[in-house]
Design a protein around this ligand. Structure first.
Ligand SMILES: Cc1cc2nc3c(=O)[nH]c(=O)nc-3n(C[C@H](O)[C@H](O)[C@H](O)COP(=O)(O)O)c2cc1C
Length: 332
C-alpha cells in the first residue's frame, strides 16, 4: 500500500455533472490553501479498452493553485468491472498528472448498475477485490476506493472494507447509504463507525456532512480519519473555508450577492474557456443557482427563482441575480 495523506483530511466528493474541472478548480481555489486536502474527477467509465491519455488530461484539467503549491491532491476516478482495462487506464492517469486513482464502487445509476459496474460490484466482493488489487499492482500512484454501504443491505460492509484494505488501497471513502437508499435522509453513520473498527487504512466518511457543524459532528461521532463533502459544497461552495474558520474559532465570512454573482461569472468563464457552449454553461450556472438558493446563500423567492430560470442568456441570468438584495439573505 502506498501511503497517501490528505492534509487537511477534507475531500471534495466527485459528482458527475457538477464537479468538472471548472467547478472543482474554482471550489479549491476559493476555499483557499489549507482548507481542502483532496478532490477527484467525476467517474470516468472504463469498458473494454483503456481510456485515452488526452481524455484523462482534459478531465483532470490544469492543476488548481493549491495543487501547484502541493497543498491539495487531485485524483482521477475510474469505474468499471474489467480489472485489466482499469489497470491500464490507471497507468495513463498517473501520466496525465493525477495524484491518485480512485475506484468507484458506489454509483447507483441504473445504466451503470445494469452493466455490473459502480455499486453493482458490491454484490461481487471477490471481483471488487480483484479490481482493486490489479490496479494497485499496475499503478505507480496510490489507489483509493469509494463504496456505498451495500446494495439492499449492509451485511457485507465489513467484509468489503477488509478486502479493499487487503488489496492494497490507500484510502477508503464510505458513503453511509445503500444503493437502495438513493439519496434519502439521513444517512446511517453507524456504518462509518463499523468500518472504522475493522480496518486500519484511512476511512473518509461521506453522507450528509453538509455544514461545518455536521462535518465536525461526523469527525466526532464516527472516528473517521477524514470527511468527504458532496452536495454541501454545491449548496455552499465555501463550506471548507467555513469549517476551517470554525475550527480556528474565527468568525464566518458572509458572502453577499455581489460576491456570489462574481463567483458565478468566474465559473461561467472557466467553463467557456474549457470548451463548453454558452448553452451548456448556462445549464450549469442554473444548476449552481438552484443549489445556492437551497443552501440559503442567495435570497430568491420561489417566483423569482422560476422567472430567473426561464432566462436564456448567461448575461441576463447573472444580471437578474445581481439585482437580488443582500438584506433578504436568510440567516442560518
Ligand atoms: C449529482 C451527483 C453526482 C454524483 N456523481 C458521483 C460520481 O461521479 N462518483 C462518485 O463516486 N460519487 C458520485 N456521487 C455521490 C457523491 O460523491 C456522494 O457520495 C453523495 O452525494 C453523498 O454525499 P453528500 O451527502 O455529501 O452529498 C454523486 C452525487 C450526486 C448528488
Amino acid at each position: 500500500m502506498s501511503a497517501l495523506r490528505f492534509d487537511p483530511p477534507l475531500y471534495l466528493a466527485p459528482m458527475e455533472g457538477v464537479t468538472d474541472a471548472s467547478f472543482r478548480s474554482l471550489v479549491l481555489e476559493e476555499n483557499g490553501p489549507g482548507t481542502v486536502g483532496a478532490a477527484c474527477t467525476e467517474f470516468l467509465r472504463v469498458t473494454d479498452h483503456p481510456l485515452p491519455l488526452e481524455f484523462l488530461r482534459k478531465e483532470l484539467g490544469p492543476p488548481p493553485q493549491q495543487d501547484r503549491a502541493g497543498l491539495v491532491q487531485v485524483g482521477i476516478q475510474l469505474m468499471g468491472n474489467k480489472p485489466d482495462a482499469i489497470a491500464e487506464t490507471s497507468v495513463l492517469a498517473a501520466e496525465a498528472g493525477a495524484a491518485f486513482v480512485d475506484l468507484n464502487f458506489g454509483c447507483p445509476a441504473p445504466r451503470v448498475f445494469q452493466h455490473c459496474a459502480g455499486s453493482a460490484l458490491l454484490a461481487d466482493p471477490q471481483l471488487l477485490e480483484r479490481v482493486v488489487r490489479t490496479v494497485v499492482e499496475a499503478c505507480p500512484i496510490p489507489v483509493t476506493a469509494k463504496i456505498r454501504s451495500g446494495i439492499e443491505h449492509d451485511r457485507d460492509l465489513e467484509d468489503i472494507a477488509k478486502r479493499v484494505e487487503q488489496a492494497g488501497a490507500s484510502v477508503l471513502s464510505v458513503h453511509a447509504r445503500l444503493r437502495a437508499d438513493r439519496y434519502s435522509d439521513p444517512s446511517d453513520w453507524e456504518r462509518l463507525r463499523r468500518v472504522r473498527k475493522v480496518v486500519s487504512l484511512p476511512i473518509y466518511g461521506n453522507g450528509d456532512a453538509n455544514s461545518p457543524e455536521n462535518i465536525a459532528r461526523m469527525f466526532a461521532e464516527t472516528g473517521c480519519d477524514g470527511v468527504m463533502v458532496g452536495r454541501g459544497a454545491m449548496a455552499n461552495p465555501w463550506i471548507f473555508r467555513d469549517y476551517a474558520r470554525r475550527l480556528a474559532e474565527l468568525p464566518k465570512i458572509e458572502m453577499g450577492v455581489a460576491q456570489i454573482v462574481s463567483w458565478m461569472g468566474d465559473y461561467e468563464r472557466r467553463m467557456l474557456e474549457r470548451g463548453a457552449t454558452p448553452h451548456q454553461a448556462l445549464g450549469r450556472l442554473k444548476q449552481a443557482f438552484k443549489a445556492l438558493v437551497k443552501g440559503a446563500m442567495l435570497p430568491a423567492a420561489e417566483e423569482q427563482r422560476k422567472e430567473f430560470l426561464r432566462l436564456q442568456a448567461g448575461d441576463d441570468f447573472l444580471q437578474a441575480i445581481a439585482g437580488l438584495s443582500d438584506s433578504s439573505v436568510p440567516q442560518s
